[in-house]
Structures are given as C-alpha cells and as structure tokens.
Ligand binder design. Structure first.
Ligand code: WT7
Length: 649
C-alpha cells in the first residue's frame, strides 16, 4: 500500500432526523448515541457483555466476554451455550409474537404465503428432524442452493437448530461455482429446489445441482423442494423430495446447545476480488450484531413490516432477512423475483400491498429503478414507509436525493449502512433518530464499534485526508476465520498494520465532524500522474449530470500519466450518447472535481458487468479499457451478455 488517497468530493447538505421520527426512535438524539459510545469506550467488555445478556437467550450463561489472547482469533462469550434457531423462534413462542407474521413471502408469479413464528418453528423442527434422518450431525456442513422461498430460511434455521453449519450458495451461481463451494465446504448434503422464478422464467437449479454433483462424490443426498413443478431428473437413492422427507417428521426437535463460537455458516465472498473464499461466522457474536443493529439502525418496532430486498445468498440476506430480523421479532418480507417483473413498479407495488415500513436495498437497484422513471413509484401508495436504507456501495448524492424525495416522500430518514460479508452486521451507519445525515456518507460508527482512517503506517489521519478504513478493536459479529485457511484470514484482514487493525480493503476519509466517507476499494484506486483518486468520486461526479444514470470508472495504462481515466457510462432513457455529450461530461467532471479527474475516455454502454450482489466487476472493465482479453473467473457474473457486447464494440 502506498501514499494517501486524495479526496475530491464535496457535499454540504445535512438532514437532521425529522422530529416525528426522533421522538419515537429506539435511540433518541445524539446525546443518547454519545452516551452509548462513551460507555463502550470506558468499559468495552462490560458494554458488549451487557448487550449479550440483554438480547440473547442463553442455555448456559457466559462468564468471560472476550478472549483476545490469540489475535486475530477472537472468542466472544466463549464459556456460554446457546442455540441460534431457539433465539430466532422459540423465544417468541412464549409471547404474543407466537402468532405474529415472521415471514411474509411473495413469489415472482404473485403467489403469497405468510408464516407466523409458530408455523416457522414447526416447519423448522420438521426439516431439522428430516436432516437428522439423513445423517446430518452437529458440525457437518450443508449446502443450500435455493430460490428466495420460505423453505430457504427454514433450511438455514433447521441447520442452526441441530448445529450443522450451512453454506448458502446464491441461486444465480453456475454449476461450476456451486461445485467449487460444495467441495471447499466438504458438504455431504445439498438442499435445493427444482427451480425458482426469475424474470418470468424458470432458473433450473436442480439441473445445475446434477451437473455439480458429478464432481462431488462425497455428497450423499440432495433434498429437492418442488417449487416450479417443471420436470427434473431424480437420482435414485441420492435425491429426495422435500415433501417426502418432512412427511411424518416430528414437529418437535431439540435445539442443540452449542458454543457461541460454533460456526453458524460459511459464506463465499463474491469473486470480484479473485478466488472465492469461505468466511466463517460464529453463532453468538454474529447474532448479537444482527439484533442490536435491527434495534438501533433499523429502529425496529413491533408494528413494522421490514423488507430487506437482498437474496439469502448474500450476507445481507443472512443477517437482515433471516437471523437478525427474526431474533429481533420482526415481520420479514421475502420476495422471490426480479424488481421489474412483471413490470417496472413491482417493488413499489409490494411496498403498497404489504404496507412495508422499512425498505432496505442497494444503490445499484435505486439507480436502476430511478432510470425507469418516476411514473412507476407514482402509481403506488408508499405512505407506509417510515425508514429507508442502503448497502453495498457508496450511494451517490443524486441517487440519495431521488430515494429520499420520490420513494421516501421527503420524510423518511435514509440509513447508509457500511459493512461487509466479513463484518456480519452494520459497523458504520446513521442511527435514524439521532444522527444528522449527509447524503453520500455512512456517517458514524455504530456504538461499540471503533473505526478510524489511517495512513500506510497505521497513523490516524486528520480531517478530509483520504486513507485506509480500519476497525481498531475486535467486535462480536466479525468473521472468525477463512474456512480451511486461518493463515489467509490473518494475512488478508489483520496483516496490514502489524496485526493491530482489521482492514478489509476500503479507502475512506473522515470529515471535520468525524463522518466517514467511503471512497471505494483501494484496489480500485487510480493513480493519475501521482495522484491517487478514488473511482467512486469520479463516478459520483458523472452521475450528478442529469443525463447520466450510472457510471463505472477504471484506470488504463497511460505512458505519460501512469494511468488514464476510462469511464463507462449508462445514460438515462431517451438520451443519445454522441461526441458532443462526451465533451460535456468530461468538462462536467473537471468542473465538479478538478481537471485532474477529467476522464480521458468515455464510452456509452447499455449495461455494466456486475456480480449477482450488484458489484461492478472492475477487473473486467480494466481489461476492456486496456484493450486486453478479459481474464480470470467470471462465474460470479450476473449477465454474460453485457460483457460480450462490451467486448464486441
Ligand atoms: C464492500 C463489502 C455487507 C453487505 C454488502 C456487500 C462496499 C458496502 C457500503 C456503503 C460504501 C459500501 C465496501 C465494502 N460497501 N456498504 N454503505 N458505502 N461502500 O458486502 O460483498 O462483502 O462488500 O461493499 O467496499 O468493503 P460485500
């Protein structure tokens, strides 16, 4: 890692929490926020220990909060015992929530199901018994490769109930990617479906499983949910229908007491940075992070209908569709299909239909929906919304304003939540009843999390100096290791600053108020004539032009400047990209940021190569910008056609 990263983005608007929101919030006002931070500063272990006692049900209470004797291998609450599924389900059955909707599900074709906590418990126990019947034991790994249907959550919770470690593989991944993950995890059972609905068509999951399993001799069983009903081949002895294995399975199943350090799941991080790696999350600390952020960041109330649009194949789905949401007693909305099927207003239609109060999605989705025009959200009554959220990448201020005005009616706070697969839950985010919001900034650390921006010597930097975003203390919901490769965990995340800090690759700056502005992955930094520029800021400048819907910026080799700036630009509907517009946009960036950031080349495109989780695969764009063949693994690419058309022109 070398020099500091120059920060060029300036954004001055501030939005205070609306009074009506602040007075009812779980954390009211900045004084309340500061008091929590002060408590965590004064007594870090006492702070987290109290929260763990308050928010988790323990089968055996813990006596030691944190074991950091062998950094970076943290152990939280290690001498306690608990069960995650019991914390998500059983705890509610002795309260009025027994008959509260736990999951409100909508299939892409429009079929719906609602499961109360009681029903979800019942289904989970039956499937847990079915897994046991197939020989799955505590400590075994189970791969889940399913569409967004309630059974996906049931399968996860069933694993948790018997102490099996699951690895959910996103239903959009190829047979090849699935095979690699099954082998790496050492799974003997795969849970899948015949298929799922996506953009009006069947995704033939079972066919992909069949292909993957020809290379996975250790897999004994595939359990297949009948979802679409299209014909699939079933291998005798190996493949079993879900409805057959649960038929007659008892609806009581003991929740196995496990250590809070027991691995709840392995999740393979997106391939945007190369070879996928399976990061391992704990049971107790992970769940605690999910619960407290449901309370503080999402301000959860029992009257809320909470919709996190992420797929369960992604950590966001794990924490905020399933574990954190259910443990906190939320009604969690789950939607199977694409945001624009059968029409461009589908998300907004579902908000109206289910009276969603809290809506959490990715900036890439917001920009795509914005591009479709305001007439779609205008067709629906969105007045049930009270809080909006974003995750996954920095939200550019223009997309933020659209989300705020058009979706939130100007009254909903927006929580821009910074976190990662590896962090388990939000680490930097506004608390909506406390934090004054600056569009484009994830604002301040969640109370109990200690974050900083440092230079390459690990020295804390002053206001508006760009550097490396680090977390300076271990926290409960952090990953514990990389599956099968503890050394990789140590080097990758704690190796940069002599083991003192956690660093997972983002550049950032803190402004004079201590607000964090994420500048994107440091791998994406462009070095123009000795100036290190964050790609996100240039993209943000491009998108601030009224004709631009989305932009991705990469560097390409330039003999003189070291690197030149190449911008891929998607225009709003009806706008034509011509040479005159190229000039306008180049000048616009120079005006917004400075001449140093003026793109050397601009290329108009219909789409960008993205991973399934919505991350732009910049290494592919870098290859295209440099005129090279695209290299490396593209198994995580969502839409191969986009790449092909970029290669052709
Ligand atoms: C990376 C983590 C945790 C679920 C999302 C994706 C970027 C995430 C923000 C945000 C700016 C963000 C970072 C981070 N990122 N949230 N609010 N503002 N950047 O998880 O695939 O593990 O990616 O996403 O670069 O390191 P992931």
């Amino acid at each position: 890692m070398s020099a500091e990263i120059e920060s060029v983005l300036h954004e001055n608007r501030v939005f205070d929490p609306p009074a009506a929101f602040a007075t009812q919030a779980n954390v009211r006002g900045m004084d309340a926020y500061r008091a929590m931070v002060a408590k965590a500063e004064a007594d870090y272990e006492g702070y987290w220990g109290d929260l763990a006692r308050e928010h988790l049900d323990w089968i055996k209470p813990f006596t030691r909060v944190l074991n950091w004797d062998h950094p970076p291998f943290a152990r939280w609450f290690e001498d306690g015992l608990l069960n995650v599924a019991a914390n998500c389900l059983d705890r509610h059955l002795t309260t009025w929530r027994k008959n509260k909707a736990a999951i409100v599900w909508e299939g892409e074709p429009g079929d719906t199901r609602t499961l109360t906590y009681q029903e979800l418990h019942w289904e989970t126990c039956r499937f847990a018994n079915a897994l046991k019947g197939l020989g799955v034991q505590t400590g075994d790994r189970v791969v889940i490769y399913m569409p967004m249907v309630p059974e996906a959550a049931i399968a996860m919770l069933a694993c948790a109930r018997i102490g099996a470690t699951h690895s959910v593989v996103f239903g959009g991944f190829s047979a090849e990617a699935l095979k690699d993950r099954i082998l790496d995890a050492g799974a003997r059972v795969v849970v899948t479906a015949d298929g799922g609905w996506r953009r009006g068509a069947v995704v033939p999951l079972k066919d992909f499983v069949d292909e993957a399993l020809t290379h996975c001799p250790d897999v004994r069983h595939a359990v297949v949910l009948k979802r679409t009903g299209h014909p699939v081949s079933m291998t005798d002895g190996r493949d079993l229908w879900w409805h057959d294995v649960v038929a007659g399975a008892p609806s009581r199943c003991e929740a196995v007491a496990v250590s809070p350090e027991h691995p709840l799941f392995i999740l393979y991080t997106s391939g945007s940075t190369g070879k996928p790696k399976g990061v391992v999350h704990s049971s107790g600390g992970y769940l605690l992070g999910g619960i407290v952020t449901m309370q503080w960041v999402f301000d959860l109330k029992d009257t809320d209908t909470f919709w996190c649009t992420a797929d369960i194949g992604w950590v966001t789905g794990h924490t905020y569709v399933v574990y954190g949401a259910l443990a906190a007693g939320a009604t969690s909305v789950m939607y199977e299909g694409a945001p624009t099927t059968p029409h461009a207003g589908r998300f907004w239609e579902l908000v109206e239909k289910h009276k969603v109060t809290t809506f959490y999605t990715a900036p890439t989705a917001i920009r795509a929906l914005n591009k479709l025009g305001d007439e779609w959200p205008a067709k629906y009554d969105l007045s049930s919304l009270r809080l909006l959220g974003t995750v996954g990448e920095p939200i550019n201020p223009e997309a933020w304003m659209w989300y705020h005005k058009v979706i939130g009616g100007g009254t909903c706070p927006i929580v821009d939540t910074w976190w990662q697969t590896e962090t388990g839950s939000h680490l930097i985010s506004p608390l909506p009843g406390a934090t004054p919001i600056k569009p484009g900034s994830a604002t301040l650390a969640v109370p109990g999390i200690f974050a900083d921006v440092v230079n390459d010597q690990g020295k804390s930097l002053g206001p508006d100096q760009g550097g490396y975003l680090v977390i300076t203390k271990p926290w409960p919901s952090m990953i514990r290791t990389v599956h099968g490769d503890p050394e990789r965990y140590k080097q990758n995340y704690w190796g940069h600053f002599g083991g003192r800090y956690y660093f997972a690759g983002d550049g950032a700056r803190k402004d004079k108020d201590g607000y964090f502005w994420i500048m994107g992955r440091v791998d994406d930094v462009i070095n123009v004539a000795g100036h290190r520029l964050g790609t996100m800021e240039i993209e943000s400048a491009l998108v601030s032009h009224g004709k631009v819907a989305e932009a991705a910026v990469v560097g390409f080799p330039d003999d003189i400047k070291g690197e030149g700036i190449f911008a891929f630009v998607i225009l709003h509907r009806g706008v034509t990209g011509d040479d005159a517009l190229v000039k306008v946009l180049r000048d616009h960036v120079a005006h917004e940021i400075g001449a140093i950031a003026r793109p050397d080349r601009i290329r108009f495109t219909e789409g960008l190569p993205k991973t399934r989780s919505g991350k732009i695969m910049r290494r592919l764009l870098r290859d295209i910008a440099a005129g090279r063949d695209t290299q490396g693994d593209i198994s995580t690419l969502e839409d191969q056609k986009t790449l092909e058309s970029l290669r052709e022109d």
